[in-house]
Design a binder for this molecule. Structure first.
Ligand code: G
Ligand code: G
Ligand code: MN
Length: 460
């Protein structure tokens, strides 16, 4: 304030106590950056940390670990969310204790944790990652119950696998995804191949939906013959994708994406209809009754509509049910729920034939051949391939045929390429054969002509 002569006389000061403001700010900050279950930092806190770390120093190596607790949903479902929460708190404490002070730990999502290790190269990062897995392996007491969990870890290091926070995070995520896809309970390190895999998957995802509506999908058919008489029994329908730029894409290149995206369900219905129509059309052209087989992915059994839709297709295409065969994977039976069994029983009661595909490559359990209404097993082509050079494969093949016959099952051998293989299979009384020796998978348009050269007769 100034006096009459413009001289400075005094100051006025104003003060306000902003303690409460500051405390509130801190509280907001804490809430925004803390996971309130475990009191660890949350995802935004971790990202902020990572950003700061890269801004400060982009040369010293760091390791980023994404840790996922395997099958956590099952724990929640069986023990309840409260126990699940307590378990997560214990796990967080365990992870915290097993890390040296230099590591920062955060909880990202329900069962996903992240660890940032400063000044840690790939080799040391891998060591810490395996230690974490071992730490998680030890059973723990929660709510008076001993609970065992396992974890999966994806690891990416800077600057080796990424020179900025986004790249590093994405690559650690791809590595984690790989660890889970490979069967969980393991550490996977990021590699460039994972990137290629991810972009291929994205390509398939983006194009497959269109494929279905734009008629890019096609069905090829491979004949199946009675090995005793040589007559034609039917054919297996095999999916093909004729991409406008990439050309013909084989199903093993896109079925897994179709399964992940759920597109396998409409695609499966589509091919079932095509196959039934084809059998009907062949019969209308004087080919008699030919049984057509389609491959079903386990994922299709999660569709509550599966049985009804197959019934509808058979009815609309007017195909007798005994002319449709379903090729199932072992995985389906291994993980079968009560629902799966019910679906299989219903399909079987319509009169469909059920075949176990790729037999011998997985668990090859005999018990589920008895437990489920299976009629046929298909010996995987990897066993046929080395006949007559591989003694083991020949013994396995003949044993499988004998065993199947004892269980009153018919046997199909696929992948028959040579006359020796055919002779061996006939000698061991294999019932049905399929393979390049007879025919490769044939485009639908050429099928009728090609099939005309086989001897035919009524199906016994
Ligand atoms: O015909 P090809 O050898 O490319 O087939 C490769 C694999 O793709 C085979 O194991 C076969 O079982 C699978 N496959 C072919 N068509 C279908 C289909 O329509 N549905 C499913 N789920 N799998 C198929
Ligand atoms: O797994 P699945 O039974 O569905 O596999 C059938 C596949 O096997 C078809 O996609 C077909 O292309 C392939 N195939 C059929 N016959 C032969 C054969 O003689 N040799 C080889 N290598 N593959 C075959
Ligand atoms: Mn098959």
């Amino acid at each position: 304030m100034y006096g009459d002569n413009r001289e400075l006389t005094h100051y006025i000061g104003i003060y306000e106590d902003i303690t409460q403001n500051k405390l509130a700010q801190q509280r907001i900050e804490r809430l925004a950056y803390t996971d309130n279950l475990t009191n660890l930092g949350n995802r935004p806190a971790f990202i902020r940390n990572l950003d700061e770390r890269f801004a400060r120093d982009s040369d010293t190596p760091i390791s980023l670990l994404l840790v996922d607790i395997d099958n956590f949903k099952r724990i929640n479902d069986s023990l309840g969310h409260q126990t699940g929460d307590k378990l997560l708190i214990s796990l967080a404490r365990r992870l915290r204790n097993s890390l040296s002070t230099s590591g920062s730990l955060a909880r990202f999502a329900s069962n996903e944790f992240a660890v940032l290790l400063d000044d840690t190269d790939l080799e040391s990062g891998q060591q810490v990652a395996s230690q974490l897995l071992t730490t998680l392996d030890k059973p723990m007491f929660v709510d008076n119950q001993l609970i065992s969990v396992t974890g999966s870890v994806g690891l990416a290091c800077a600057p080796l696998h990424g020179r900025d926070p986004q790249t590093l995070m994405r690559n650690a995520g791809l590595a984690l995804h790989k660890a889970k896809a490979n069967g969980k309970h393991q550490v996977q390190v990021f590699t460039e191949a994972l990137n290629a895999e991810a972009s291929y998957k994205l390509f398939v995802e983006n194009n497959l939906r269109r494929a279905l509506t734009q008629n890019e999908l096609d069905v090829f058919y491979q004949p199946k013959l009675c090995l005793r008489s040589g007559r034609l029994l039917g054919m297996e329908a095999l999916l093909r994708w004729n991409h406008p730029e990439k050309g013909m894409i084989r199903p093993d290149q896109f079925i897994s994406v179709a399964e992940e995206t759920g597109l396998i369900i409409p695609i499966g219905k589509w091919i079932a209809r095509q196959a039934c129509r084809m059998s009907k059309q062949l019969s209308a052209n004087g080919m008699g009754n030919l049984q057509v087989a389609i491959n079903l992915s386990p994922k299709q059994f999660s569709d509550p509509d599966l049985v009804a839709s197959i019934a509808t297709i058979l009815k609309e295409e007017q195909l007798p049910a005994n002319l449709l065969e379903l090729e199932l994977t072992e995985g389906l039976l291994l993980e079968a729920t009560e629902d799966t069994r019910l679906q299989l029983d219903q399909l079987k009661s319509f009169g469909l034939t059920l075949a176990m595909d790729d037999f011998g490559t997985g668990y090859s359990s005999l018990s589920y051949l008895k437990k489920f209404p299976i009629d046929i097993i298909k010996i995987d082509r990897s066993f046929i391939h080395e006949i007559p050079d591989n003694q083991d494969d020949m013994e396995i093949t003949s044993a499988v045929i004998a065993m199947a016959h004892n269980l009153k099952l018919k046997v199909v051998a696929e992948g028959i390429e040579t006359a020796e293989q055919l002779a061996f299979l006939r000698r061991h009384r294999c019932d049905v054969g399929q393979g390049y020796l007879f025919d490769r998978p044939i485009p639908g348009a050429e099928l009728l002509e090609k099939l005309k050269r086989y001897p035919r007769g009524p199906i016994a």
